[in-house]
Write a protein that binds this ligand. Structure first.
Ligand code: DAH
Length: 322
């Protein structure tokens, strides 16, 4: 039993000196290791008189537990103080701050705004949460019309929707202002779409609207051609294809050729008389054209990006390239 007391005393003496991980490891090896003093003492059991064997055995077990507990405590203490030292190490170099940069879609939106601004267009804004009236009804898309099925809408209530396009901004502007009007309205739009390489439940459009006394389809083509040259360079080509939209007649879609491929970027057309009537503009006196361009599409074509989801993943390796 004296031997037990002695080991304990020695252990605590050594332990009180421990201030570094190597010392702690030495302590463990010396007392608790495979050839340590405690293990050694266990091997004495077989030589001890049977009457006191149980007492010695349980004394040793007790000792082992106590030393192990103290060892764990010391280990924890060392780890904690190592962490504290890290926090207080004033000699470490400072962390570089990352200044951030514009998202590629914002950059493209800014370029689009600059170009149309230089053509004399105003830049307008509208709500992303819209009423059925502005998003559909006033755009000549009545409730029963099959064209509603063209847009998979996210409804908030029966009358309130996440806007499916930027076209409602046309209505809001025409309600407030008399012609001549020359505006664009960039922004986010929403549709009930499953994400894949070319679909996202939200994306970005820029609406365009020009209303005046003798605005023609030729004006539309000229402006889009000029836009394409400014955005993509002199080699870019534009082609119009016939299409259908309830709020334009005639309607078209146009594609831009750039960097070896055609990409559909927009719908367009001459403002439908019913749309003018909905906002109290006389379709006998005024005419106009409109377009709704996909900002994400323009960015994908310009930067040769093949998957729209990359814009919204927020992967820095992608975003840093722009
Ligand atoms: N709003 C249409 C869409 O999201 C795009 C569009 C087509 C807008 C023709 C227009 C237009 O202004 O004239 O599919």
């Amino acid at each position: 039993m004296e031997r037990i007391d002695q080991i304990k005393k020695e252990f605590f003496e050594h332990a009180s000196q421990v201030s570094m991980p190597e010392q702690l490891e030495n302590l463990r090896v010396r007392f608790l290791g495979r050839k340590g003093k405690v293990t050694e003492a266990f091997s004495l059991i077989k030589d001890i008189a049977p009457e006191i064997r149980p007492r010695f055995g349980s004394g040793l077990n007790q000792l082992k537990k106590e030393l192990e507990a103290h060892y764990e405590e010391l280990k924890q203490r060392l780890e904690d103080s190592a962490e504290n030292e890290d926090m207080l190490d004033v000699t470490l170099p400072g962390r570089k701050t990352f200044p951030g940069r514009k998202h590629p879609l914002l950059k493209i939106a800014d370029e689009i705004k600059d170009i149309f601004h230089s053509f004399g267009f105003t830049i307008e804004d509208g709500p992303e949460i819209e009423t059925d009236h502005y998003n559909f009804e006033a755009l000549n898309i009545p409730k029963s019309h099959p064209a509603r099925a063209m847009q998979d809408t996210l409804y908030i209530t029966e009358d309130v929707v996440l806007r499916t396009h930027t076209s409602p901004v046309q209505i809001r502007v025409m309600e407030e202002r008399k012609p001549p009007i020359r505006m664009i309205a960039p922004g986010r739009v929403y549709r009930r779409d499953t994400p894949d390489a070319t679909h996202s439940p939200f994306f970005h459009q820029v609406e365009g609207l020009v209303v005046g006394e003798s605005v023609t389809f030729a004006d539309l083509k000229g402006v889009i051609q000029a836009f394409a040259h400014r955005m993509f360079g002199k080699d870019a080509r534009v082609r119009f294809r016939p299409s259908f939209f309830p709020f334009t007649e005639p309607s078209a879609e146009y594609d831009v050729w750039f960097n070896g491929r055609w990409m559909e970027i927009s719908g367009a057309g001459m403002v439908h008389p019913n749309v003018f009537r909905a906002v109290g503009i006389d379709p006998g006196k005024f005419s106009g054209y409109a377009f709704g361009m996909g900002i994400d599409r323009v960015a994908m074509l310009k930067y040769d990006i093949r998957d729209i989801r990359l814009f919204f993943d927020n992967d820095m390796r992608f975003l840093r390239q722009f």
